[in-house]
Write a protein that binds this ligand. Sequence first.
Ligand code: G6P
Length: 611
Amino acid sequence: MCGIVAYIGSEQARPVLLEGLKRLEYRGYDSAGMAMLNDGLHVARTVGRVRVLEQKVDGDDHFNGTLGIAHTRWATHGGVTEANAHPHRDDATSGHGIVLVHNGIIENYSALRTFLLNKGHVFESETDTEVLTHLIGELYEGDLNAAVRSALHEVDGAYAIAVMCEKEPGVLIAARRGSPLLVGVGEHGYIVASDAQAIVGHTSRVADLDEEVVARITHDSFHTADLDNVEVTPQLRELEVTLDEIELGDHEHYMLKEIYEQPQSIRRCLRGRVNARDGEIVLGGLADHARELVRSRRIVFLGQGTALYAGMLGEYLVEDLAQIPAEADFASEFRYRNPIIEDGTVVVAVSQSGETADTLAGIREASDRGALTLGMVNVVGSSIPRMTGAGVYLRVGPEVGVASTKAFLGQVTVATMFALYLGRRRHLSDTQTTDLLRELEAIPDKLDQVLTQDSNIREVAKRCGHRDNWLFLGRGYNYPVALEGALKLKELSYIHAEGMPAAEMKHGPIALIDEGMPVVVIATRNSQYRKVLSNIEEVRSRGGYVIAVATEGDDEIVNLVDDVFFVPDAPEPLQPLLTIVPLQLLAYHAALLRGHDVDKPRNLAKSVTVE
Ligand code: G6P
């Protein structure tokens, strides 16, 4: 949801900014811009990708400075136009040459705009960001840091900003509330960015800016203070992300790279945490709350998008393996519906980025109402783990493709370990636990086997990829997989797809089925297998084209369906870890065949930092 990057130091800022923007493009990619202080202020903005901006500033000596700010946008206020692209300036005629890039939403921008219009300000864009920039200009009295702090006192909403001023050519100001922002501290300068991916490769030392902290950075100094100018000591940490992990290497797309990384990612996720021989599950991030968790009376998983579907699997896993009432909900709905939090309620935020605004707001609400809150998050040091203080990291490595794949598998793996952790302490026997852990440890090798079917899946995508309406059906543990399979297909290939419980199909959606309509049915051998076969018959008798995900060696299903993707057998609670993978590949190939950008689907952003 917009990426920002800024540089101040002794090196050229332009390559650092452009490379940083490219790595942050997953956050939004409808327009881009850059401002540089180099013998005056220079600003370039474009509609389109960062590469278009690169062409615009390439070879332009004005952009040869050592202090600059840059932005890649996902539109919230105002359409995708050059005028709405960042950086924004304070008043062009009476301003001070203040420029700003912003990620977030200024909620009271309309009132602030009216105030500024009455003061004679003239706006060039429809954005909330330009309003904030003008407000800083209005309050500027020769000290940019002071003006930014004063303006931020007046602002409701979320922001991560980087600001500079023509009148103070050696100063960069950065601040955040609700949107992420890090400062990389290198030998030759400082990089401010929305995400560590723009910093890695330059330095491994970073400081996460705290809420409502303002950083004043010069070519050789870095000071932080709160909005009242009380000094705050920044905590430096070492980045865990490496350059290899975020580079494409020989892969055609990040999405394919990440699908293929899944066996290795899950090995990493499990390493040091499960030990089948001794029947042990060690989740260090929960250790301080073990007693409270074991006695919990209700567990609520919150998330959005793919993360919510992983949370739904968490619900099934916790009820089944730990026998604790559980549910999953859209964080956005939970947050605003006066949720009931009783004694013993635990609320778990599931998130790849750790920055999803709805999920953050949900967890804040739960915490205010007295729930114990936990995070199941991939990005270390992001807002959710900082807010919850307890949880389990996914450890699947950085995910760059906008459509989530390996993070989903990581979330489900963590939810499985969590359910087993609770179950073992409540009622699961040593043998039951050991058996499931052994099966869990075998999942990465089984994932390797699933991936060998890539070419078969591609052929099916070729046969059916032209159809514009699809259904995805599953029962029990495979129902959230059906939802996730449908989501993958729609977000990547723009095909209309709906996931639902297989039984629900006959209560309405069956009316959609006509000759050749693709219906993906997850029909692995498990407690509901026979029921699913009946649902397949119902689809076939109406002319639907059935693509099944089935258990290896199931000869019976081959005669019932049009195409099959096989997955190795696994205990029912672990089957989603395998059954989702063919559906990820199906969506990938369908999108490619339709000529879409699989890593950056239209209108999407990977990290949605606005509610
Ligand atoms: C966006 C992404 C989805 C993701 C969802 C939640 O909508 O496009 O892929 O599942 O946000 O993101 P999170 O970072 O909280 O997992």
